[in-house]
Design a protein around this ligand. Structure first.
Ligand SMILES: [Zn+2]
Length: 354
């Protein structure tokens, strides 16, 4: 029987156990992927503490950012073979609805969240429909895939589909050291943007500059919106990549240019905000939601990684048995870039975290 890190009781922290689970039963269009590594995301923390609008039944194997090799194929699967190296898309789209039909899987009417509504990738095996797979390009490691498949493709979707960056645009990226932020800085630069980022500690600010941000502001300083206006010659940012929510999202509008766009994909600091609409319409600004990714966004993310245009920022790879530590470190905001859970020994480096 395969091993899985399972959430047994909700909480912050929740209670996890590494335990044997039954081998997956394949539907005709399913594949079993032998997981090598799987990225941890804030979504997993929400699932851990029962903070999602959808119920998470227990026990549950969390983890939506899995990469590995195909180990078994359902009877109807075509186009894949055992041993293929794959990334797994976490929004398991239906493939049938009007949105899926036109390749806008992020809008799917019957989505299933991997690792939330179906057992995910913090396990030796994960079972998913074949349509959720993307082939790993040559040169893209399982660890890189497990860092970018969810967070990186979220940023790709935000900056290429939900908002657009023109050459020379000022792009403000909130949370330089987060999974989404670290990818968004790199994507914005590739699109010709000039990047200002925010970060909450000297180490995270260093990472933002290292990734190419022209300026990195201390998000603990209340005056960061004024600093964005100063750095942009009072103009403000053309695009803001936001995923924090609460008061932070409201403050983004204090430094948003006329015609500018705030694109948001998360709300870790609060889902309810109060916005003044007068400046929003006078300045013809946009607040745009962004959710998950289309299959094309995932392929583009992996292609950019293969081309060296997007690199993974890996904080640490935790063995499955120490997965709960990864959750604790992400919750305590000690993670720079991505925390991964290395399921196979090949993914766990000699120097495990701390
Ligand atoms: Zn669909």
């Amino acid at each position: 029987m395969p091993l899985a890190l399972q959430l047994m009781a909700h909480g912050a922290p929740g209670r996890f156990e590494v335990r044997d689970v039954p081998a997956p039963v394949l539907a005709p269009d399913d594949v079993v992927v032998e997981v090598v590594a799987c990225g941890l995301n804030h979504l997993d923390l929400w699932a851990e503490e029962a903070g999602l609008p959808v119920p998470v039944s227990l026990p549950r194997t969390l983890g939506g950012e899995a990469a590995g090799r195909i180990a078994a194929l359902g009877a109807g699967v075509r186009g894949w073979k055992v041993g293929d190296a794959v990334a797994v898309q976490s929004n398991l789209f239906c493939g049938q609805c009007e949105y899926c039909q036109r390749g806008e899987e992020s809008f799917c009417l019957q989505p299933v969240l991997l690792g939330v509504q179906r057992d995910g990738g913090f396990a030796e095996q994960v079972c998913v429909p074949e349509r959720a797979l993307a082939r790993l390009p040559a040169g893209v490691s399982f660890e890189t895939s497990a860092s970018l498949t969810l967070a990186g493709s979220t940023a790709m979707h935000m900056l290429t589909k939900r908002a657009s960056v023109r050459s020379g645009d000022w792009v403000l990226v909130m949370g330089a050291a987060s999974g989404v932020g670290s990818a968004a800085i790199q994507i914005a630069l590739q699109l010709g943007g000039r990047v200002i980022a925010t970060a909450s500690s000297p180490a995270k600010q260093w990472l933002g500059r290292e990734l190419g941000a022209e300026h990195v502001l201390d998000s603990n300083q209340a005056g960061w919106p004024a600093e964005v206006r100063r750095l942009t010659g009072k103009r403000g940012a053309d695009v803001v990549v936001e995923h924090i929510g609460g008061e932070t999202l409201v403050k983004c509008f204090e430094c948003l240019a006329r015609g500018g766009t705030v694109v948001t994909c998360g709300a870790t600091a609060g889902r309810d905000v109060q916005l003044s609409l007068w400046p929003l319409f006078v300045k013809q600004q946009r607040l745009v939601g962004s959710y998950s990714r289309d299959a094309t966004d995932l392929r583009q993310t992996l292609d950019w990684a293969a081309a060296g245009k997007l690199r993974a920022v890996i904080h640490a790879i935790y063995p499955l048995a120490r997965g709960a530590e990864a959750f604790a470190d992400l919750r305590a905001r000690r993670v720079l870039g991505k925390a991964l859970i290395g399921v196979r020994a090949e993914a766990v480096p000699q120097s495990a975290p701390r």
